[in-house]
Design a protein around this ligand. Structure first.
Ligand code: FAD
Length: 293
């Protein structure tokens, strides 16, 4: 077995070209489970841990976009200053595993594994994120909606590394919620992310763990836009929020498995969507971002 400790993205993509069967490892919180429990055979390994450029995040010059390096760990996403620009991602990060898992586990690893229950993925979907991929010869930007193609399947080629994901910094509420069999250290049985773009006048809602991959509730989003003015602050009644949740739940295709039943999952996402919309309704934009720059 060859272990390559890359120190730059260029070294990573060169190593992927030279060792086509090599596996990338960032925090190892999924990879080591695959190796130890599922007995996955790994020949060569390219470690990303020393690639400093993967662990950085920054705001684009106009401050409307946030680019998060694939190696940024959940522990950093859950805290200020990053949490101020991506509040739903921070909420999702706080629900991941234990402090040890959050210190090691990364956004790139969540995308690499592409589990429908990955907590970062509904947030990226609701925010219409763009995933940046690089190989020794190509660079491409892929919409998150095209990137996730099935249960633990994504569009990344074996010679590519995920470099970063870019999301908009929105004015308005954004929130994440999940349910599982207990309150902490649990993989989602169902999850939801709702964001309100108060300037663009849209609500976007994505669900995790209720379909082969993360799903956007696009019909419910459009329906809500017809019922209510979504620009500025919201005025959503409890009855409207309930119907929104129920309509959104119809867009899932949950299954029965060891974590939950399909019936419970559908009920849970309806409640999560309703609650998140009511929270968006109560939200007043505090000017908290300015004080941490
Ligand atoms: C005890 C425990 C609890 C957990 N709880 C949760 C939870 O609550 N929520 C949740 O979402 N997940 C959870 N996980 C799963 C895991 O922590 C996450 O999926 C995490 O995001 C993986 O990140 P990582 O850096 O450790 O990935 P790794 O294990 O290093 O890699 C995972 C996969 O992604 C690939 N990869 C990694 N980085 C890149 C890159 N830059 N480019 C291309 N491919 C890449 C690897 O090759 C591998 O296939 C848990 C895991 C454990 C062990």
């Amino acid at each position: 077995m060859t272990v390559i400790n890359a120190t730059s993205v260029q070294e990573v993509v060169n190593a992927l070209r030279d060792y086509p069967d090599a596996r990338l490892i960032q925090g190892g919180t999924d990879m080591m489970v695959e190796v130890n429990l599922n007995r996955a055979r790994v020949n060569d390994v390219i470690s990303l841990r020393r690639v400093a450029e993967l662990r950085r995040w920054h705001l684009e010059p106009d401050r409307a976009l946030l680019r998060i390096g694939a190696g940024v760990p959940f522990a950093e996403m859950e805290r200020a200053p990053l949490s101020l620009y991506a509040p739903a991602l921070a909420q999702a990060a706080r629900t991941v595993g234990s402090p040890q898992i959050r210190a090691a586990g990364s956004l790139g690893g969540n995308l690499g594994t592409c589990s429908p229950a990955g907590d970062g993925l509904p947030v990226l979907s609701a925010l219409d994120a763009v995933v940046h991929l690089r190989s020794a010869t190509t660079e491409r930007d892929v919409s998150i909606h095209d990137f996730m193609v099935g249960v633990k399947k994504n569009l990344k080629r074996p010679d590519e590394v995920i470099v970063a994901a870019t999301v908009p910094v929105l004015q308005g509420f954004s929130g994440y919620a999940k349910v599982g069999s207990r309150n902490a250290m649990v993989i989602s049985a169902a999850s939801a992310c709702l964001v309100h773009d108060a300037i663009g006048g849209t609500i976007r809602l994505a669900f995790g763990a209720v379909a082969p991959t993360v799903v956007r509730a696009r019909r419910a989003e459009a329906w809500l836009g017809e019922q209510s003015n979504l620009q500025g602050s919201l005025t959503v009644s409890p009855a409207l929020a309930r119907e929104f949740g129920q309509r959104a739940a119809e867009e899932c295709s949950p299954i029965d498995d060891h974590r939950s039943t399909a019936l419970y999952r559908r009920h849970a996402v309806a409640v999560l969507a309703e609650r998140l919309l009511l929270r968006a309704n109560e939200y007043l934009d505090s000017d908290s971002r300015g004080s941490h720059e």
